[in-house]
Design a protein around this ligand. Structure first.
Ligand SMILES: *Cc1c(COP(=O)(O)O)cnc(C)c1O
Length: 361
């Protein structure tokens, strides 16, 4: 079997162990005579998987009882709308910290729903290449909430600190969720689409403080109120059962690999290896993100001779490495090196980039 070295931005690589387990269990889940997909979401087989996924999340991330863990559908993009629908009532204003394209989309949705203000915008001069430092954040202590994107997947820009805020902090963690241990109590509400770091698309994890969820508006449809899902353990309606099952498999793999401490070590080592090669050949390769804001998940770069980008992608493909074309909105190249991307794959990519620079530089 020739599995490709997959550097896709999302949907992205999944741990082989999690896929092999799904393969083994596909036709006959735990001796039940059918696949987990064919089980009722109210049955004991599925409920055990559902609860195990939540338990693993709580254990790996150290989530206290004061927080709910929810599974949602509609992607992180739907959260861009349901967050202001719930937490941005008339007469209040939210602060948005803008560091990239996903933040722009969150702002766009919120603008259609309520009042907001940009507490920072590092893209004012045309390109997002850094996160703001704490001192630059123009925060309104009376804001309904502060929204930030911990890692901007397209620009490759990542926060390496948690902003201090008086207002409740809301974070889109889609592309760096569980990349390292984190203190969830610094946030009132975090959310992540699963297809970057913890599973397949079509599933979003929400971790939110119970008392914050309770402040949500009650005059919107029940299905969009977080309390509805919290009250029903995310079983108000049929969840993405197979998605939750795969997340369970991925989280089990994270645990067996040593948990988030081990993930952080692996991820830092991978990012250092790639940025090391880009810096070694600076000029041939151009890494546009300021050092202190470089993403450990999405390594973005261009070539000094842009005409070589297509050559690089073609040669990489021949070497079994795919998924490195930059997002259509910004171009260039990008290697996404989420949890499931092995250090061996990244070492192979670093060697390839080194050789490519020597050959064409
Ligand atoms: C991918 C991504 C999204 C959008 O996720 P969908 O599941 O397509 O809605 C939002 N925010 C960030 C940071 C992302 O990386």
């Amino acid at each position: 079997m020739a599995r490709l070295k997959n550097f896709n931005a999302g949907p992205a690589a999944l741990p082989l162990e999690a896929l092999e387990r799904a393969q083994r269990e596909l036709l006959d889940y735990a001796g039940s005579g059918m696949s987990i997909m064919e089980h009722s979401h109210r049955g004991k087989e599925y409920e055990a998987v559902h609860d195990e996924a939540i338990r693993l999340l709580r254990e790996l991330a150290g989530i206290p009882d004061a927080y709910d863990v929810l599974f949602q559908q509609g992607g992180a993009s739907q959260q861009f709308a349901t967050i202001p629908m719930s937490f941005l009532p008339a007469g209040k204003r939210a602060d948005y910290v803008l560091t990239g394209v996903w933040g722009e989309k969150a702002v766009e949705e919120a603008r259609g729903i309520g009042e907001l203000r940009l507490a920072a915008n590092t893209g004012k001069d045309g390109r997002y290449s850094r996160v703001p430092v704490q001192g630059e954040l123009e925060l309104d202590p009376g804001a309904a909430y502060v929204h930030m994107t911990t890692n901007e997947t397209i620009g490759g820009v990542q926060f390496h600190y948690v902003p201090e805020t008086t207002a409740p902090l809301v974070a889109d963690m889609s592309s760096d969720f569980l990349w390292k241990p984190f203190d969830v109590t610094r946030y009132a509400f975090c959310y992540a689409g699963a297809q970057k770091n913890i599973g397949p698309s079509g599933l979003v994890v929400v971790i939110a403080r119970k008392d914050f969820l309770e402040t949500g508006r009650k005059d919107i449809p029940k299905i969009f109120q977080y309390r509805t899902h919290a009250k029903n353990n995310s079983l108000y309606n049929t969840p993405n059962t197979f998605g939750v099952y795969l997340v369970r498999n991925v989280l089990q793999w994270v645990k067996e690999t040593g948990g988030l401490v081990s993930m952080e070590r692996r991820n830092r080592q991978k990012a250092d290896a790639l940025y090391g090669i880009l810096d070694k050949h600076a000029g041939f390769y151009v890494a546009p993100v300021e050092r202190a804001s470089r993403s450990t998940m999405n390594v973005v770069w261009t070539l000094g001779k842009p005409e070589l980008e297509e050559v690089l992608l073609a040669e990489a493909k021949k070497a079994g490495m795919i998924g490195m074309k930059g997002h259509r909105s910004v171009g260039g190249l990008r290697a996404s090196i989420y949890n499931a991307v092995s250090p061996e794959w990244v070492a192979a990519l670093a060697d390839f980039l080194d050789a490519f620079a020597k050959k064409h530089g």
